[in-house]
Design a protein around this ligand. Structure first.
Ligand code: AMP
Ligand code: MG
Length: 345
């Protein structure tokens, strides 16, 4: 179905499954979500089981009406209300102290709750049909790239969900920006389409979680989910950084050497550089001139390489102006932070 022509009969069926404690995967503007009733501890347990997700990694509760926030958040500071006014519905998740209505099973044992009001119309209709409070992590097997099409959900969770709602490919392709409001100064726990600069323009002082900036294990990220290796394709992924021409020639060197040894590498290029790689399995992730296309295709490209017998995957880096921080956060996690720095010799 499409947002313009939602299939209400299917959405009502999905809503009934949710109200009876079942699981329904559905599209949102960020990635596909695996939905269950957030107020039902048993439904939350089912979500963790289906994804193979560690039980200390809390779920985001999705709402489809701003007034519902007060049912699950014990305190919503002024600054959070300003963000809600500006960015909801949309790809923004905010964390508040929780009320007693939210079971600890949903919050991974924490006394705070993460809440998002998605803008996707299909998501909104399903959330309403399902009772208004839907816990929905990304609908992938834990550790795999997040799903941006219903086929990805089918691949990972086909047997574990009661229904998959196909709304076509998603628009944004990266998970929501998470802002923590349980501290005096708001803290970004996960970068996303809504950038740190946009938040600072609206609120003034906003901090970035130290665990996101320091990549060794000395500082733990505050969002429990951010500490896990994530989004990883099956082959080793390496990010090659440097001047564009140096990156291309370095990657071509690796690809040519692999070919001489009877092996193949994968290459993640852009529309601008695609034609410059004569060896290996080359995929364009999107255009540097339209950075949102890079975000939209990232997970699809990572998944696609699982279909090829590649020895390793080499990717260009994508520090694009606005969402580059979010794109590189995911790509670095997928690569286990393996970066090759190349310089002219
Ligand atoms: P996903 O559901 O896959 O989009 O991941 C949700 C992310 O939100 C994970 O990184 C969680 O750790 C984070 N998260 C959810 N609830 C909380 C919370 N109460 N406090 C901190 N982080 C949270
Ligand atoms: Mg996820």
């Amino acid at each position: 179905m499409t947002a313009d022509k939602p299939d209400m009969e299917a959405l009502r069926r999905g809503g009934k499954i949710l109200r009876e404690g079942g699981l329904v995967a559905f599209p949102t503007e960020t990635v596909y979500g695996l939905g269950g009733n957030a107020l039902d501890p048993e439904a939350s347990r089912k979500i963790y089981r289906a994804k193979g997700r560690p039980s200390d990694n809390p779920l985001i509760v999705h709402i489809a009406d701003r007034k519902d926030l007060d049912e699950i958040a014990a305190f919503v500071p002024e600054k959070a209300q300003i963000l809600a006014e500006k960015f909801w519905p949309g790809p923004l998740t905010m964390i508040f102290p929780k009320t007693g209505r939210v079971p600890l099973e949903t919050t991974g044992g924490l006394d705070s709750v993460a809440v998002r009001f998605p803008s996707d119309r299909i998501a909104q209709l399903l959330i309403r049909e399902g009772g208004g409070f839907i816990a929905a992590p990304s609908a992938n097997t834990s550790g795999r790239p997040s799903p941006t099409r219903s086929e990805h959900v089918e691949e990972d969770l086909g047997d574990a969900v009661d229904m998959i709602i196909d709304g076509g490919p998603v628009g944004i392709g990266l998970e929501s920006t998470i802002v923590d409001f349980t501290e005096t100064i708001p803290v970004v726990l996960r970068p996303g389409y809504i950038s740190l600069e946009m938040l600072r323009e609206t609120l003034g002082e906003v901090r970035m979680d130290r665990g996101l900036l320091i990549t060794d294990s000395s500082v733990r990220p505050k969002a429990p989910g951010m500490k896990y290796r994530h989004y990883a394709p099956k082959a080793d992924l390496l990010i090659v950084e440097g001047e564009p021409e140096d990156v291309i020639s370095a990657i071509n060197g690796y690809a040519q050497k692999a070919q001489a040894e009877g092996e193949t590498v994968g290459i993640i290029a852009t529309d601008e550089t695609f034609g410059k790689y004569p060896y290996g399995v080359v995929r364009s992730i999107g255009s540097r001139a339209h950075e949102e296309t890079i975000a939209r295709h990232l997970y699809d490209v990572l998944r696609e390489f699982d279909k090829y017998q590649v020895k390793a995957i080499y990717s260009e880096a994508f520090y694009t102006p606005r969402i580059g921080q979010a794109i590189m956060n995911r790509l670095l996690k997928a690569a286990g932070h393996r970066i090759i720095q190349v310089t002219e010799h």
